[in-house]
Design a protein around this ligand. Structure first.
Ligand code: ATP
Ligand code: MG
Length: 423
């Protein structure tokens, strides 16, 4: 027998038990984004490969190892987007919507990275993110952090998330620090692992982020990036911290936080949890004031973040293990044979006109009454409507209240009035 075709490794199906929770979470998040005056932007899933190598950086993990790139039929190299910022900046430049304007965007959708699949890490995953253009001061940095804090509050998970904050300064700061770091690492070559040795001359700042405890120990003897910060970046960071203090938002300054993508400068932040093992970052972001220019636009202050929805859902399920948001059906409509299909459909369409939020399923196939009742129970229907030969003849319909067992036969034209009493 032919082997069944299965989903691609690391790419999950989301069945109704999942999508009910997802929809509920997404609605909460979107409502808060809209309440800050941010607008949705929808962007293609496929972009030119060069966009990501230019924006994210040639020697980052994402570009070096994680991209799904392919040649299309024209021989052009395209890539399934691994993140949303590059595409958003590309689009904003392309449509000329950044010149002397502020823009506040949010997006939601699938991202693709060729990583080793494990809990909280998939090859197709979903992010909801924000990109803001044209605002220079630390006020917007604080606003983004407050918005995310509001998300956690609305979802009831505040106590499970900690905010890590850092400033990585200007490009010049990093260049200065980078040469200092390389000379320090050169002196301790014998203590470096293969990954660090490879990164030492390509992307040494990422070594700060290393998960290897020996490397972290070694780095304790190294001056931190913070000591090299330029005055403007330091002032920006201090002002951000005092805004967060005023807003009563707790944070932990982590001088080793550098983030995985090259485009960041000044503020970087991550919301982390101890509940998801090594996939502990739920949400990460920061400033990227140089990216618009780097991609061909005019210099534009920019900041954004992205949150991984799979990790958020996992966290919520760990905290609330009994969560089950599949909402029940209100009415299940039983017909005794297919001749009644047309009348049943006409009746329920009228109900849908009158009560648009009602959840209503019609059994379109007819069949045994017992089977149909068990279906109604499976859907958790509160009310069952039954159309049999007798009811059709007299233009009546039977209403059964599944909670009390009470049933009554009413005229079809009085159906809505009678249902309203029950609902
Ligand atoms: P990590 O260090 O866990 O690989 P990252 O720094 O690569 O994360 P970002 O590029 O900052 O992640 O993406 C923002 C968020 O998107 C992450 O905090 C995480 O919640 C989510 N995310 C990133 N990669 C994956 C993935 N492969 N599967 C599921 N979620 C992911
Ligand atoms: Mg990663």
């Amino acid at each position: 027998m032919a082997k069944n075709i299965q989903a691609v490794r690391g790419m999950k199906d989301y069945l109704p038990v999942d999508t009910a929770i997802w929809q509920c979470i997404e609605n909460t998040l979107k409502q808060i984004l809209n309440s800050y005056g941010y607008s949705e932007i929808r962007l293609p899933i496929v972009e030119h490969t060069s966009l990501f190598s230019r924006a994210i950086g040639e020697v980052t993990d994402v570009v070096e190892k994680e991209m799904y790139s392919f040649k299309d039929r024209n021989g052009e190299s395209l890539t399934l987007r691994p993140e949303g910022t590059a595409g958003c900046v590309r689009a904003a430049i392309e449509h000329g919507i950044l010149l002397n304007q502020e823009q506040r965007f949010w997006y939601i959708g699938p991202m693709f990275r060729y990583e080793r699949p494990q809990k909280g890490r998939y090859r197709q995953f979903h992010q909801i993110g924000v990109e803001i253009f044209g605002l220079q001061g630390p006020g917007i940095d604080a606003e983004l952090i407050m918005l995310t804090a509001r998300w956690w509050k609305a979802l009831g998970i505040t106590e499970y998330l900690d905010l890590e904050l850092n400033s990585i300064g200007s490009l010049e700061t990093r260049t200065k620090y980078r040469s200092e770091l390389v000379s320090f690492l050169e002196k301790h070559q014998n203590l470096l692992d293969i990954d660090c040795k490879r990164r030492m001359y390509t992307n040494p700042l990422r070594i700060l982020d290393s998960k290897n405890p020996d490397i972290q120990k070694l780095l304790k003897n190294m001056p931190t990036l913070n000591e090299f910060l330029d005055t403007d970046s330091r002032e920006h960071f201090n002002n951000l911290c005092s805004l967060l203090d005023d807003m009563n938002i707790k944070y932990h300054v982590n001088n080793n936080l550098v983030r995985g993508l090259d485009y960041y400068n000044r503020t970087v932040f991550e919301w982390v949890t101890t509940k998801l093992g090594s996939q502990h970052t739920i949400c990460g972001g920061g400033r990227y004031d140089g990216l618009v220019k780097q991609l061909g636009g005019r210099t534009t202050y920019s900041i954004g973040f992205a949150m991984g929805l799979e990790r958020l859902v996992l966290l919520i399920k760990i905290i609330k293990p009994n969560i089950n948001l599949i909402s029940n059906i209100d009415i299940y409509f039983i017909i005794l044979n297919q001749k009644m299909q047309s009348i049943a459909i006409q009746l329920v369409e009228k109900l849908r006109d009158a009560e648009p939020t009602l959840k209503l399923i019609v059994n379109l196939e007819g069949g045994k009454l017992k089977k149909q009742f068990s279906n109604a129970n499976k859907y958790g229907a509160r009310i069952v409507l039954i159309l049999g030969e007798n009811e059709i003849k007299k233009e009546q319909i039977l209403i059964k209240n599944m909670l009390t067992g009470f049933q009554q036969t009413v005229n079809q034209r009085d159906l809505l009035t009678n249902l309203r009493i029950l609902l």
